[in-house]
Ligand binder design. Structure first.
Ligand code: NAP
Length: 251
């Protein structure tokens, strides 16, 4: 899975923590120069940058809210500074603002849809033009079981991730003739900051429904993302690869 680090680069949105951090490290191991995006956590992104550079690749940190068109524009202007063709884009940045729909504020609906779904439209639109000209590229979107099966208290999050599954498959169809692959990875319950606020009772309930009886590690998601970016997955497009210890088996 090693690429020539002078010719290939990758963008990871939300690379400062959790799954995005693990993806950045895995792609660094595979030899990609990296654009590491974050929105607020400067100290954490600097740590990730240091760890990636120790693996021998070049990196560029870009602070940008990927739900905002002008910030995505800035992000792609910055990416030009990174050596190598942008051949992999990982749309990982995401948030949850849970609550029953009856009590959900419009802002909380909009914010989750903007960060989780609109961002992927904005980022992918900018990324694919150079990919099309080289007829080479892989986009990986991070979705969620909520987007496949639905989950109470997550109408906004589930709608964003379900929409992202549909976007993934539609864009895969658009870009397949142009040599670009688009896939999604669907993590189950993974040990990151995102699940820190969940009550122990809910986590215990989840555990009971996971056939492998444990939560996932960010590196278990990262390995699959690196595979989908690599030429080893050269005939795979429009797929949703579920990595959840069996939680959503059958969907
Ligand atoms: P996390 O630990 O909360 O990290 C979220 C990352 O997204 C951070 O790097 C954060 O940057 C970044 N981010 C948030 N809003 C952003 C914005 N507007 N623009 C740019 N970056 C932004 O979350 P995680 O668990 O690693 O989740 C990563 C992805 O996996 C998300 O799409 C999530 O929905 C999905 N997922 C997670 C799980 C799970 O169990 N953890 C399960 C299924 C799917 P800052 O650090 O700068 O704030």
């Amino acid at each position: 899975m090693t690429v020539n680090n002078s010719t290939e680069s990758a963008l990871v949105t939300g690379a400062s923590r959790g799954i995005g951090r693990a993806i950045a490290l895995e792609l660094a191991r595979a030899g990609y120069n990296l654009c590491l995006n974050y929105v607020s956590n400067e100290q954490r992104i600097c740590e990730v940058q240091h760890q990636c550079e120790e693996l021998g690749v070049q990196t560029l940190i870009v602070k940008a809210d990927v739900s905002q068109a002008e910030e995505v524009e800035f992000l792609f202007n910055e990416i030009r500074k990174l050596p190598g063709q942008l051949s992999a884009v990982i749309n990982n940045a995401g948030i949850r603002i849970d609550g029953p729909l009856m009590l959900m504020k419009e802002n909380d609906w909009d914010r989750v849809l903007d960060v989780n779904l609109r961002s992927v439209f904005l980022v992918s639109k900018k990324a694919i033009r150079p990919m099309i000209s080289k007829r080479r590229g892989s986009i990986v979107n991070i979705v969620s079981p909520s987007g496949l099966t639905g989950r109470e208290g997550q109408t906004n999050y589930a709608a964003s991730k379900g929409g992202l599954v549909a976007l993934t498959r539609s864009l895969a169809r658009e870009l397949a003739p142009l040599g670009i692959r688009v896939n999604a990875v669907c993590p189950g319950v993974i040990k990151t900051d995102m699940i820190k606020d969940l009550k122990q009772e809910l986590l215990d309930q989840f555990l009971e429904t996971i056939p492998m009886a444990r939560f996932g590690e960010p590196k278990e998601i990262a390995a699959a993302v690196a595979f989908l970016c690599s030429d080893q997955s050269s005939y795979i497009t429009g797929q949703v690869l579920i990595i959840d210890g069996g939680l959503t088996m059958g969907h």
